[in-house]
Design a binder for this molecule. Structure first.
Ligand SMILES: NC(=O)c1ccc[n+]([C@@H]2O[C@H](COP(=O)([O-])OP(=O)(O)OC[C@H]3O[C@@H](n4cnc5c(N)ncnc54)[C@H](OP(=O)(O)O)[C@@H]3O)[C@@H](O)[C@H]2O)c1
Length: 272
């Protein structure tokens, strides 16, 4: 259990996987700050978990600064930051404008790095802190149509490793939790329902596994966790050894066809 004073800030807590992370931390005794843009969903979860909701658009530096100031003013600072907010528009790289590609990087890489940068001084002053970044296996398996998203999520892996190395001796650690496909909440689940596809339970993980992984990453101070069925970290290492394997797996598992369907669906939505 976290001691009474421990405060955790969870981003992307309004819907998708974030509420599962929040429930897992609440169950471990953390006092929670929940953030996202959707105030009504945040307030509902905050009521359930006796937490504090602080809506913010993390791609807006003024919102982010106000969130950090409010967390310090109202709860005395943040001990655990879970950078979970993120997502991908599921469109072809070349069909998106440069601004749209930049927006993907802003949400998935710049916002978590910015928030870590803003909260780190308080953690260092208190001599304790843990930053958990939620990444994705997308880049490692060459998941179709995720160029900018994969760059951002792979970037978070490198960011976490260096942060962990630089500040561990001063009491602030960092972990990255790398997700494969999640079946019962979040963007993949929502897209499957929208497009009329069924996500197989083989090859996917339940959202509650992410909540558990975040807690393990903090409690056991893990550098890296992979949430995938089977030996996720081994699979990831094999992908790094044999980069041609990801695309072959995507073809064999039908991911290429599925994502083509999703891309066409998004295109029709935009044109229709
Ligand atoms: N689902 C999967 O299979 C999967 C796989 C690999 C990795 N991931 C990663 O897991 C994390 C959670 O994904 P998810 O599937 O739960 O996505 P989701 O259902 O789309 O939820 C995304 C969360 O991020 C928040 N968010 C989006 N834009 C924001 C912004 N500009 N400012 C502040 N908050 C913002 C959303 O809240 P508002 O809309 O209220 O702002 C929401 O709470 C992401 O980092 C994603 O990349 C997911």
């Amino acid at each position: 259990m976290a001691d009474q004073a421990q405060v955790a800030l969870v981003t992307g807590a309004s819907h998708g996987i974030g509420p599962y992370i929040a429930r897992s931390l609440a169950g471990a005794g953390y006092r929670l700050i929940l953030t996202g843009r959707s105030a009504s969903e945040l307030n509902a979860l905050a009521d359930e978990l006796h937490a504090v909701a602080m809506p913010a658009d993390l791609t807006r530096p003024d919102d982010l600064a106000a969130l950090v100031a409010a967390a310090e003013r109202e709860l005395g600072g943040v001990d655990v930051l879970v950078n979970n907010a993120g997502g991908d528009p599921q469109r072809e790289f070349d069909a998106m404008t440069w601004d749209q590609n930049q927006a993907i990087i802003a949400l998935n890489a710049l916002a978590p790095i910015h928030l870590a940068h803003a909260l780190l001084p308080g953690m260092l002053a208190r001599g304790r802190g843990h930053i958990v970044n939620i990444s994705s296996i997308a880049g490692r398996v060459s998941f179709p149509y995720t160029e900018a998203y994969a760059a951002a999520k792979d970037g978070l892996i490198g960011f976490t490793r260096v942060l962990r190395n630089d500040y561990g001796a001063r009491g602030v650690s960092a972990s990255v939790v790398i997700l494969g496909a999640i079946r019962d909440a979040g963007q993949g689940d929502r897209t499957a329902k929208e497009v009329g596809l069924k996500l197989p339970s083989a090859g996917t993980s339940p959202a509650r596994a992410v909540g558990r992984a975040v807690l393990t990453a903090i409690n056991k101070d893990k550098a890296e966790m992979v949430v995938m069925p089977g030996p996720g970290r081994v699979l990831k290492a094999v992908m790094d050894l044999f980069p041609g394997l990801g695309p072959a797996m995507n073809r064999a598992a039908g991911a290429d066809d599925t994502m083509r369907t999703v891309i066409e669906f998004r295109k029709q939505r935009l044109n229709g």
